[in-house]
Design a binder for this molecule. Structure first.
Ligand SMILES: Cc1ncc(COP(=O)(O)O)c(C=O)c1O
Length: 391
């Protein structure tokens, strides 16, 4: 057991260790957004008013800030409602544009452990006549370049592979796969909702054509995201209306949310190196304490190629439903993706876990303020719960 703790779990409210589901909005983000709710309230499309002009200037600055962080041209930044919409726009938007050019639907490749916000748009494309190959990752959750190369067909026009997994935190070999795409003139999309702000990356240096980002995973507001579009591959809109976002995403822009996302991205990037150093130590300490006290604990996903704030473990020989019910009052964590609707995780199943093992799994994701004392409390809570369930 962690040494310096009383045997009683001291908290009244569950301790959050679920920061991959979402994150709280930072005070500095709220401050940056504040003038755009009431004072500068007008529509940025209305340049005839002072407040509309102010809003337009702020949007332009936010776009430039995000573009600078990603080292892409500002016109490649398209604001959406979140990573779900960005994924839909990239996948459906490019596939439909390509099919129109080629006069026939073609073939796409993805991985079975993607988020449902990628898998479900691809299912829609299958209903529209496109063919989709879902590759299986290895036992560590990783996909290798050779497997991707083998799956490429004559008419493969797009590959979508996430940068960091939302459940097991593993980091895919993005630049290797992007290189493969470049050689064959295939568009490469990556859902980077869990990576942006957590690992430094530049889409162009990695060779990614389309990138999806989300505001609420980086201590920004919910309801805002970005799709970085390609300067070369075509894309068509999913809806029609005004000419906002070059007609790719019509509708009045969500001014405060856009300002908030840019601010959050700036803060997360500024503090990234220091935060990652600290969180790696804490995550490893948490794992060590759990491994010392829970026999045969399984780590899901590669520990080496992984986000530093993620841990996903399976606890053998306990009932998952009872485990999560018992943990509920102590820690707020997750058995899988927040969007899994209580079903055993498709990610853990792809790694070879049985239904029972997948249910007895816990995703722990640390936040930027998670402390050493929190780590002790979290491990103590889990260890005591598992011991009780086993007795
Ligand atoms: C990898 C990944 N993609 C997409 C999404 C959906 O993001 P949003 O809530 O911004 O639509 C999430 C959020 O759970 C995610 O983790």
């Amino acid at each position: 057991m962690p040494s310096n703790l009383s045997s009683e779990f001291p908290r009244n409210t569950p301790l959050a260790v679920d920061y991959q589901t979402s994150t709280p909005c930072l005070g500095r983000v709220l401050q940056a957004m504040e003038p755009y709710w009431e004072k500068n309230w007008n529509n940025p499309s209305n340049r005839n008013t002072h407040s509309g002009l102010k809003a337009a200037a702020a949007i332009s600055l936010a776009r430039d800030q995000l573009a600078l962080l990603l080292k892409v041209k500002s016109e490649r930044i398209i604001f959406t409602s979140g990573a779900t919409e960005s994924n839909n726009l990239a996948l459906l938007g490019h596939a439909r544009a390509k099919a129109k050019d080629n006069q026939s639907p073609g073939h796409l490749i993805t991985v079975s452990t993607e988020h449902s916000a990628v898998l479900n748009p691809l299912m829609q494309l299958q209903r529209e006549g496109f063919r989709v190959t879902q590759l299986q990752p290895d036992k560590d959750g990783l996909i290798d370049k050779e497997a991707v190369a083998r799956a490429i067909k004559k008419d493969t026009f797009m590959i979508s592979i996430m940068m960091a997994n939302n459940e097991i935190g593993v980091l895919q070999p993005i630049s290797e796969i992007a290189g493969l795409c470049k050689d064959k003139n295939i568009a490469f999309h990556s859902d980077a909702a869990q990576a942006f702000g957590y690992i430094p990356f530049k889409p162009d240096s990695l060779g990614i054509d389309f990138v999806s980002l989300s505001g609420h995973k980086i201590y920004g507001p919910k309801g805002i995201g970005v799709l970085v579009i390609s300067p070369t591959f075509p894309i068509q809109p999913l809806q029609w209306g005004g000419n906002q976002e070059m007609g790719l995403r019509p509708g009045s822009l969500a001014v405060p949310l856009i300002i908030g996302m840019a601010k959050a991205a700036e803060i997360m990037t500024q503090e990234l190196i220091e935060r990652n150093k600290r969180l790696l130590i804490l995550r490893n300490k948490l794992l060590e304490q759990l491994q010392m006290n829970i026999p045969n604990l399984i780590i899901n996903g590669s520990l080496k190629k992984r986000l530093v704030h993620n841990l996903n473990i399976t606890i053998p020989d306990v009932n998952g439903i009872r485990l999560h019910r018992a943990l509920k009052s102590l820690i707020s964590c997750s058995s899988g993706s927040a969007c899994s609707n209580g079903k055993p995780s498709h990610v853990l199943k792809a790694l070879g876990r049985s239904k029972q093992e997948a249910e007895a799994s816990i995703r722990l994701s640390l936040g930027r303020k998670t402390s050493e004392n929190d780590i002790d409390q979290i491990s103590l809570g889990i260890i005591k719960t598992v011991k009780n369930l086993k007795n």
